[in-house]
Ligand binder design. Structure first.
Ligand code: MSP
Length: 636
């Protein structure tokens, strides 16, 4: 068993958490879960960065003391992490007494060593970055990150002899190719280190900013916020105070960061560690940014949903899946509602959801809901078994080389290969000729599915637990990777559609019929829209009485209706809110397509579709003139 220590940046509490913070934290959580499930002794650290001018100003704007502001904002982070199923081991706040003590100890040690001196300094300070820039680094006199005008500040301060460690750092980076990742970021840092490295101003006079950790060797100064913040990675595990825990976990295996904070982590932090005589972390990994411009521009597409609102609409696991699947680690990615829905529908609703549904239905229908008995398989089974073994090894390698999106894709390809196996073996036909063989096919499919679900577990822990229970797996030994863990005779758990389809045409406003271009209309005419009577007979149309109706929160188009179909009650969602008030619908006898597969519309499940005619600016419901017909009647 090996140990695995992973950290996220600690987030400033000047603002509410957003998708960027969520992404780094989910990624760390996925990696931590992955290692825990491999049996590694894992420590996952996250937290908040609470000192510095930025937080101080935010508190002032809110008219409260800085500590009170921090106490209030930190709750939003903790709540969001809970909502996102982030299973951290420790949450550090830089205002914790234990952290302050370690910062003071480390500074004192470096001071005693002679690596800190007092001097006068002039520099351009950016509050957004919480750092000084030299004249050379400015872009047209502005901050290179924020493009804001910067103030020139001249004052007496303490300086850390960072420049003295420049060559040592360059040598270290060359000798440890994994130290800064991805490779192009390592080259970026080496490029930066080709210029002489100055010393680092590590204090702020209290007369200018008192919100910080006091220097033990000068009570008139507080510690510079980055010097304070970076130390969280060692203070959380008791550096300089509780040696046992520290030596158990340090050095960290991964510092996960966004590319915006590469210099502070790959230059300031290593030189600080050299000075403090601590070993270096194994890997500092900088990922790219989630861009939202395209997302914002998509206002014209209709409903704009903020990424975190997707949790309420579609659940947290689909969001985790999307974020992990779409970002190639190291590069930027674009967050886009349409691509989220398409990915959800194709991978989760179709490939995975349908497979779970098919296996479940067949086992329930023909084997009393118990996992069937396995018998010897042929070539197809051999092949599937082999891909089950291979995919585990591949995923492990990919995760270890931080290609998380590839690992997800490999697993989904395996899921697709189980679907192909089902198609080839057609147990629904085989059952009539050879029930035993059909049972064995279902065993092979279900056992392969179990492997796929386990591999997706770190990404979608809660949904995968539910789906595993549907195939009878309630206790999972993740460290056991052998084939054949499903026990014949085990009863399946309760089945529910794990990933109902999302109706893309409702979520992203599609071009209405009337606005379709003549070309488009012709294309439809040419490709043909006729169906046979048999196809039409498949559509189940029934009369339904509206029992209650209410608007779907957050949209101006949708109404959620509870309808009665004879004895049965169900819920449907319809885009008629601009034409009907919910109250006027109650009691109406409408016509509903009842055998459509369930779908989620704006987070609300819809089990059927009502019929209505749409005119240029209006929608009129198809209703029964004579309600005495009753609900649940089949239309003929
Ligand atoms: N407090 C410092 C970090 C100190 S660590 C010792 C800080 N905090 S922050 O609140 O600004 O968070 C920055 C981090 O949030 C980034 O490094 C990145 O991990 C994440 N993200 C913020 N915006 C992001 C995107 N748009 N996309 C992806 N992640 C980004 O800097």
């Amino acid at each position: 068993m090996s140990k695995f220590y992973i950290t996220t940046p600690i987030y400033y509490v000047n603002d509410e958490p957003h998708i960027g913070h969520a992404y780094t934290t989910i990624l760390a959580d996925v990696l931590a879960r992955y290692h825990r499930e491999l049996g590694d002794d894992t420590f996952f650290l996250t937290g908040t960065d609470e000192h510095g001018q930025k937080v101080y100003q935010a508190a002032k704007e809110h008219g409260v003391e800085p500590k009170q502001h921090c106490d209030e904002t930190v709750i939003h982070f903790k709540e969001l992490w809970e909502k996102l199923h982030i299973d951290y081991d420790y949450f550090i706040r830089t205002t914790d007494e234990s952290h302050k003590k370690v910062v003071q100890n480390i500074l004192q040690n470096i001071y005693n060593k002679g690596d800190i001196y007092f001097d006068e300094y002039s520099g351009h300070y950016c509050v957004g970055c919480e750092r000084f820039y030299t004249e050379k680094e400015l872009v047209e006199g502005k901050c290179p990150q924020h493009l804001t005008e910067l103030k020139l500040i001249t004052e007496k301060n303490y300086f850390f002899k960072m420049g003295a460690y420049q060559q040592k750092l360059i040598d270290y980076i060359h000798k440890h190719p994994d130290f800064i990742q991805p490779d192009f970021r390592r080259n970026e840092v080496l490029g930066f280190l080709r210029q002489p490295l100055g010393d680092l101003c590590i204090s702020r006079p209290k007369s200018r900013l008192s919100w910080g950790i006091e220097l033990s060797f000068d009570k008139n100064y507080v510690t510079y916020v980055w010097f304070d913040a970076l130390i969280n990675y060692v203070s959380a595990i008791g550096a300089t105070v509780e040696d046992d825990q520290f030596s158990q976990w340090w050095p960290a295996d991964y510092h996960l960061i966004g590319k915006d904070i590469l210099t502070t982590h790959a230059v300031y932090w290593p030189t600080m560690l050299f000075a403090a005589d601590f070993p270096q972390p194994r890997t500092i990994f900088a990922h790219g940014w989630w861009m939202s411009d395209e997302f914002k521009m998509s206002k014209s597409l209709g409903n704009v949903v903020r990424p975190l609102e997707l949790i309420d609409l579609y659940g947290v696991d689909p969001l985790r899946f999307y974020l992990m699947r779409e970002m190639v680690l190291g590069q930027d990615a674009n967050f886009n509602l349409e691509s989220f829905i398409r990915r959800y529908n194709s991978d989760l609703a179709n490939d995975l959801g349908n497979l779970v549904g098919r296996i479940n239905t067949l086992i329930r229908r023909h084997f009393d809901g118990n996992i069937p008995v396995l018998s010897d398989g042929g070539e197809n089974e051999k092949e599937l078994k082999k891909s089950g073994k291979d995919v585990g090894i591949k995923v492990r390698k990919l995760i270890e080389s931080m290609r998380v999106n590839k690992a997800v894709e490999e697993t989904m390809q395996f899921v697709r290969s189980i679907n192909r196996y089902m198609e080839k073996s057609a147990p629904w036909k085989l059952i009539k000729q050879n029930k035993e063989k059909a049972g064995s096919v279902l065993y092979f499919a279900a056992e392969s599915l179990r492997i796929g679900l386990q591999l997706l577990h770190p990404i979608m822990p809660s949904r995968m637990d539910q789906v595993l229970a549907m195939i009878g797996v309630t206790e999972i030994d993740f460290t056991n990777h052998t084939w054949g863990q499903l026990k014949s005779g085990t009863e399946l758990g309760k089945f529910e559609i794990p990933f109902p389809r999302i109706d893309l045409s409702v979520e992203i406003k599609e071009t209405p019929e009337d606005e379709k271009t003549p070309d488009k209309r012709e294309e439809i005419e040419m490709t043909g829209n006729q169906i046979s009577i048999d196809e039409f007979r498949k559509v189940e149309l029934k009369t339904a009485e509206v029992v209650s109706a209410e608007r779907v929160e957050g949209t101006d188009k949708l109404i959620k209706l509870q309808i009665k179909l004879g004895e049965e009650e169900r819920q449907i969602v319809a885009g008629i809110a601009q034409h009907y008030q919910p109250e006027e619908l109650v009691g109406k006898m409408i016509i509903v397509v009842t055998n459509l597969e369930p779908t989620i519309i704006r987070g609300v499940e819809s089990n059927g579709m009502l019929l209505a005619a749409s005119g240029k600016d209006t929608i009129v419901l198809a209703t029964m003139d004579d309600p005495s017909i009753g609900s649940g009647r089949q239309l003929i």
